[in-house]
Design a protein around this ligand. Sequence first.
Ligand code: ATP
Ligand code: MG
Length: 431
Amino acid sequence: GIMVADDTARVFDAIAQQGGCARFVGGVVRDALLKRDLVDVDIACDLAPEETQAALEKAGIRVIPTGLKHGTVTAITDAGAYEITTLRVDVLTDGRHAEVAFTDSWLEDAKRRDFTFNAIYCDLDGTIYDPFDGETDLRDGRVRFIGVAENRIAEDFLRILRFFRFQAWFGRPPIDPVGAEACRKAVNGLHDISVERIRDEMFKLLRSRSPAGTINDMIGFGILPAILPKLIHTDCLRIMQWLDSTALADPAIQPDPLRRLAALFAPGGDRRNSDDDEDNLAAAERFARDLRLSNEETDRFAEMVAHAPLIDPKLRPEIVRRDLYRMGAAAFRDAVLLAWSARAAVPPRCTRAENDEWKALIEAAANWQPVKLPIQGRDILKAGLAPAGPRVGALLRQAEEYWIDRDFQPGRDELMDYIARQITAGDEENE
Ligand code: ATP
Ligand code: MG
């Protein structure tokens, strides 16, 4: 059954008080059957949305009418938010939007859902209503469309990506050829889906435990090339698989969707080639922007992709420390994981000794103690070495380079001397 908080029971009771019936549906039931932690809670209900809203308010529960037209209100309680949607049928669909009508038939409501295991309902007391035997499909790892796959996809092309997303999470290979073939035929419909929705589905997929197999299916059935044309690195699957096996073997490294996306994108070309390097950065940024990643994600993604080809486990320790200082340990580790995977996944692969070298880089990141430049702008001002202004920043950056080049050893006095010398040298040059 589903572990319910008191607040959840209050929501169900409030609806029952008005003569309605509420049942859990969707992810919350799936996750309960699989004994996973709950994320968001969807509830179906046979009251009209306004009635639901009134019932909840009468019971003193805060309600936000999040989508009255589509039949959805959100109940806000201390235990969290509950999306409560009136039973409905989709009367008209154009592949993107559905016009809906409300119904009091639980079966009609089930039929408009996408996959059999997404149409399992559950009472507050744990009774299951499972009109399409989704529980068996869930247990067998079968992602099965309700009704005829072609028709269901044509109603809403996002279901193509949901199919693969649920395959990654709950499917057992091989992928269902009927569903996958229907997706292949409808792939052009994805061009009508907004980039944001594609991005969200892809990230959900890339958060699954081990997405490489499903990514492989998505390439095979022509889905990935349709949504991320620039992405596909010829060795991406092997790279992602290797990345995941390494990451999964180390409990300190959490699976990470952005790193996996970078693995798909991983540049394999020349290392330490500054021209290529710039192209990688620009290409990665463009790719991330096209996918509407946030600024923060874009920066992280681009840094990873651009820096990975520069990393070599034979780098001298001071170079490694410099990278750690400049990038921070997390970003450095991302780049190392990516570079290591790109090297280890494709022939000639890595020897055991080489793998140990890569591991040492991961450890260097884990053990990195951040260091701080021992001087600040105001030290330069106080010593009267420069007036307030841009010159101070420039001198500080020069001192930082000097300090990094000497492996963070110079102390405050040596750095101030260095700055004084720079000024003298500059003055002589100007004469
Ligand atoms: P999660 O919340 O973990 O992403 P979920 O299955 O709960 O998974 P939601 O997007 O929250 O997915 O949708 C809740 C339910 O609504 C689904 O389980 C499904 O029954 C139905 N649903 C959602 N999107 C669609 C869709 N595009 N087509 C058909 N039914 C859908
Ligand atoms: Mg959900």
